[in-house]
Write a protein that binds this ligand. Sequence first.
Ligand code: TYD
Ligand code: MG
Length: 473
Amino acid sequence: MWDLPVRRGARRQLAMAKEKSIYSCTECGATSPKWLGKCPGCGAWNTLVESVAETGARPRYAAGRGLLPAAAVATLAEIDATDAERQPTGIEEFDRALGGGIVAGGVVLIGGDPGIGKSTLLLQALDALARTMKVLYVTGEESGAQVALRSRRLGLGASPVRVLAEIQLEKILATLEVEQPAVAVIDSIQTVYSEALTSAPGSVAQVRECAAQLTRLAKASGITIILVGHVTKDGALAGPRVMEHIVDTVLYFEGDTHSSFRLVRAIKNRFGAVNEIGVFAMTEKGLKGVSNPSAIFLSTHGEPVPGSCVLVTLEGTRPMLVEVQALVDAGGPSPRRLSVGLERDRLAMMLAVLHRHAGIAALDQDVFVNAVGGVRISEPAADLAVMLAIQSSLRGKPLPRGFIAFGEVGLAGEVRPAPRGQERLREAAKLGFSIAIVPKANVPRGAAAKAFEGLTIHPVERIEEAIDLVRSL
Ligand code: TYD
Ligand code: MG
């Protein structure tokens, strides 16, 4: 007789615990109660992803029930513009990529290939931070014992870093609220899952929901949260692009796992400059910062070889010399264009410009280009060096000893100036390079030219001029 209300209550509780999910389109935001291949709103294919349904009765994004009073509107002049205070992590190269250090309430996403050193770097950083503040390392990929073993290997014997081996989001959030660390690392976001969703950990919906919840907690509590993210085969962060939008800072780990050098590059930073990089070397005692990295991406040839050209690239605020290599070889009926560390679409464009404006045809040739040491170069100032390397390989003639080049090449064959050309030239002169081909606007004039003694600088305005020049050198 009396068991009926109890059972009804239990059923109601069950219904509340299981939040409903809906499917929303990543393109237009239209929603559907079930998954569809084609979005009913915009007609795009395969864009519906699962997310938690928002109910009107219990606002998910507001504390407590009902409407919160809106924040007061103010003029910019009235708002105190205090710069966010940065706490250095104690690892100089990591701080450089972060723009000076971590910020309270900031959320950092750090991505990179498996085995590149994300967990190692973060454990080292947490250990250094733990001397002055409370830190928590949440591991979903390894057990506590594995993390401890790694910390011993890194020589962090009596480390005060607190560790939680957990993958359920709600439990992680509860622990963070109880522990109140100043900094927490979630390694990795793809292993964390929320009870509210039915999809598997690592799915788009889970990653997005977990990242959003953790971000909300960081903003509300002032905890700095560092999320580790996996990358897909083509190098993008797995999970939705929205993850990059909700976090404050996005860092990428780059580098060739076969070489010991690793770069940490900031591609988004609400608290500092982007494209700033930190350079590390992987040793048996973990990652060590490289404070003077300008010459590490040069391979060592005794004699100049065809198809190789050194370029000065500017990574954040530091100029670095990187060797680009090209190999042009007779191809089959459909020649291949392959690039490692440089953009492939840009390579196709450069081959077209070489053909049209400098009369260098590689239409029936396989063309491979590579940036030495596993660096990724995205700046267009690499164009001139890549094109000179290609023509050098095609002719089988090396560029002169001590040669560098940089400059963007446009579709009309014009060579455009690179930003901060003098700094690049200064770095090349410092490292003993003797011949440079650079855009005309980058050539130092007057008194400034004296600083580059020993470096002969040839200005060029067009790609054909640059090609003629290297042939005569
Ligand atoms: P790890 O930090 O586990 O990579 P991720 O978290 O990005 O997947 O890096 C592991 C690699 O680093 C592994 O190949 C071994 C190497 N390593 C060293 O060379 N020295 C060390 O001191 C440590 C801890 C790892
Ligand atoms: Mg790891």
